[in-house]
Design a protein around this ligand. Sequence first.
Ligand SMILES: [Zn+2]
Length: 251
Amino acid sequence: MLITDDLPLRGVLKCHCGLPLTGVASRGAGGSYYYYYKCKKSGHTNISAIKAHKQFEKVLELLSLPPKISEKVKKKSREMFDDKLKNSQLKLNQRKSELGESEKKLRNIEEKWINNQIAFETYSHWHKNLTDQIRALKIQIDMYGDKSKELSELFKSELDKLSHLKLIYLKATTIQKHELIKLVFDNRLYYEEGSYRTHFLTELLQHNTLKINNLYNNFFIKKGENDNVFSLGAPRSSPISSSTESMITCT
Ligand SMILES: [Zn+2]
């Protein structure tokens, strides 16, 4: 199966007939490409990738992680964030002490020049070197300072979103997206009459069933003996916790 980032659902999303949807690209009048998911059988599913992705993201927004896991994910994220922040503060302090050194050297060279202890060429050579250094260091200090402020704001605003699958999905690579979809929907995610359907939802996310049913009353369909949407007890609780964690870690 070909994997492209433009068509992350190719191969994992199925047509209502059961065939996996293939992805096609068609060139628009302006020269840019438009992507579609299409069933091999004529007259079956044929949807624009943009629409399919938007609809899928809406479904994922409704799939919140159980508090136990989202706390775990948040804890991990907090640790990673603290490490990043520590690192950039370390660099900031390093640059600040380098700046102090350079400014001290510059004062020395000026003093020596005033006291006629060095030639003009020597003075002007070092003066230029040191002022260039000081300028570069000041720029880096501003940068690291802004960066940590930016990071903590971003972190605060993103942390709450980590409790549902959408952000995790969007941050994942295409291969990780496939893994996530397989874990959550067990290769039983379909597209039918303009919307998503599934015959399976991992036990861990089943507390969302009522919420989704209220919005999309056809989302859950029980077709086969092995479809567990309405029966609990699928032994899939452990892989998703480690998988969602590793997805966060990989980004
Ligand atoms: Zn089909």
